[in-house]
Design a protein around this ligand. Sequence first.
Ligand SMILES: NC(=O)c1ccc[n+]([C@@H]2O[C@H](COP(=O)([O-])OP(=O)(O)OC[C@H]3O[C@@H](n4cnc5c(N)ncnc54)[C@H](OP(=O)(O)O)[C@@H]3O)[C@@H](O)[C@H]2O)c1
Length: 336
Amino acid sequence: MSVQARYWRLNARPEGHDYAGALSLETRALGAPKPGEVIVKAEYLSMDPGVRVWMTAREDSYSPPIPLGAPMQGQFIGTVVESAADGFAAGDTVRGFGQWADHSLVDATMSGLSKLDPDVRDVRDHFGALGLNGWTALCGLRDVLNLQGGETVLVSAAAGATGSVACQIARNMGCTVIGIAGSDAKCAYLTGTLGIARAINYKREDVAAALARIEGGINVYFENVGGALLDAALPNMAMYGRIGICGLIEGYTSDSGLPGPARFDQILMKRLTVSGIFLPDFMMKGIDYYPPLKQWYDAGKLRLDFDETRGLENVLVAFTRLMTGQNTGKVIVDIR
Ligand SMILES: NC(=O)c1ccc[n+]([C@@H]2O[C@H](COP(=O)([O-])OP(=O)(O)OC[C@H]3O[C@@H](n4cnc5c(N)ncnc54)[C@H](OP(=O)(O)O)[C@@H]3O)[C@@H](O)[C@H]2O)c1
């Protein structure tokens, strides 16, 4: 069976957030799956900021640049329509890493294809609270930062997908959680809906001054942004505090990355530990991350709201929302 796929092609390295000038929606025929491969009809696409780094020409990132002329890459949730891979059959609901496309031809192993637990009230949660964002937050807080109950935890991009799950995990573990976000509405969401102790609007407040008022300092900083926020946090860390660099979105449009923090000296003065958090290094543990997240989810202690756009033709609208901070919760595209 020949399947026509509509997909987003990267034609040029984008300038800033001009995605329409760099990508186009195209059509191509997918071949029949070879042994180990499947064709998936996507129902939802996940928008993830890391993809913006792969759109640049940077060779020093954790993933190589996407070649010009190639399809954009990203996560999907969908249904297998044709399978030549052991363990997968037409009709299976799956999550995996493929293309920004209505149909993806993928190698089941390389794409991390997995069948989804049907005992989940909303299949979209397999992207967020129970998927990549949940796993990243748990892996970062528990396995990289060794978070302990009773500690004071700071999270940046706290109202976004990974940040809002990190806030709830730390809250569930009995920590005092402070979130940083870019609007009063997001801050109200963090303290109201998610029930964390304090939220700081970095576009309106002096973040360093607000953090200086935290008694005892910050034990753990879950960093998603970098730049000025990292500089505000460094002098306000507690002695022997830990910083986990999960993301540096502030620098993702740049070809040269982010310069180091101006308050680098505080790593010595406070004897801090700074670690990178990179989920793929822990992917083999994905299976371990699911049960605690699912327990909190079933108990109503873990949620991830969605910022949803409809239609494959509107993928760039969704991606722009993500990359310009218009979202609260997880940015996805419904292409059913
Ligand atoms: N290392 C890993 O394995 C891994 C895995 C998943 C995600 N991540 C990282 O985690 C971070 C969050 O990802 P996500 O998918 O959960 O996205 P997200 O938080 O839902 O959305 C990105 C958020 O970043 C905030 N932001 C702050 N400064 C920004 C700036 N200069 N430009 C654009 N946005 C800015 C925006 O909210 P406010 O402005 O309101 O704060 C925006 O909503 C990203 O850095 C991502 O690369 C890392």
